[in-house]
Design a protein around this ligand. Structure first.
Ligand SMILES: Nc1ncnc2c1ncn2[C@@H]1O[C@H](COP(=O)(O)OP(=O)(O)O)[C@@H](O)[C@H]1O
Ligand SMILES: [Mg+2]
Length: 239
């Protein structure tokens, strides 16, 4: 069942049409990847879906809620991990999680549960008690991802969750994301890395210059374009 549907979405910044009439749907429990080069319109699309930007036109439904008229409901069930997100460096990882949990929890036991979830997800062991300023890039990303997932959102919107990470950290982040869909979270992520995403996404849409070129399962797309990988699919699709 489709739990997210985007219909004819466009977004203009002054004279630039950053997102140009795109449509896609996401099934419950799926990892859906919006894949494309820099400037393609991925972040703009994700920020609209996280209710941070308003669309120029188009309709979006997320778990039955209409983005335009029910933004508050959507904010309650969606979490968003921004691209290039930073964490408060002077806090410890644990302080940060406690702080973020307190913003969303309705009571102390819920807050404690959120923090417990995040600790399980981040797997930073004792380092969770150290200042974030001492963390590696991979550790910061795990902390931020654990923050996005600790509320068990119905939809997690993750902008470039593995970008800039080494292969070990990328694999760990991919594992975290995959395991989370088993907890009932649906995932929308973006990536400019076309080679890694087929291991992470159940279905992808390739986006270029604000337009979706093709959409489907990575294996089906490779067959359709007689391609060895998604980069080759992309090259085939822009021609
Ligand atoms: N706030 C903004 N004002 C004007 N142009 C923007 C703004 N944000 C993004 N853009 C432009 O919109 C296009 C899409 O950007 P973006 O959504 O960030 O793409 P991606 O995440 O795929 O790299 C780019 O041409 C970018 O320069
Ligand atoms: Mg981006």
């Amino acid at each position: 069942m489709a739990v997210v549907s985007v219909n004819n979405l466009s977004k203009d910044y002054a004279n630039l049409r950053a997102v140009d009439n795109i449509s896609f749907t996401i099934e419950e429990g799926e990892i859906f990847g919006l894949i494309g080069p820099n400037g393609a319109g991925k972040t703009t699309t994700l920020r609209i879906m996280a209710t941070i930007l308003t669309p120029t036109s188009g309709d979006i439904k997320i778990f039955g809620y209409d983005l335009k008229s029910e933004g508050q409901k959507i904010r309650e069930i969606v979490s968003y991990l921004p691209e290039e997100a930073g964490a408060y460096k002077n806090l410890t990882g644990l302080d940060y999680l406690n702080f973020m949990a307190s913003l969303y929890a309705n009571n102390k036991s819920e807050k404690d549960k959120f923090v417990e979830n995040a600790i399980d997800i981040a797997k930073l062991e004792d380092r969770i008690k150290d200042k974030i300023s001492t963390y590696s890039k991979g550790m910061v990303r795990k902390l931020l991802l654990s923050r996005s997932l600790m509320y068990k959102p119905k939809l997690a919107i993750l902008d470039e969750p593995t970008s800039g990470l080494d292969v070990i950290n990328s694999i760990e982040i991919r594992k975290i994301i995959k395991s989370f869909t088993q907890n009932g979270t649906t995932v929308l992520l973006s990536s400019h890395n076309m080679l890694e995403v087929e291991f992470l996404s159940d279905r992808i849409a390739l986006i270029n210059k604000g337009k979706i070129l093709v959409e489907g399962k990575p294996d089906d797309l490779k067959k359709e374009y007689n391609a060895r990988n998604i980069e080759e699919v992309f090259i085939g699709a822009i021609q």
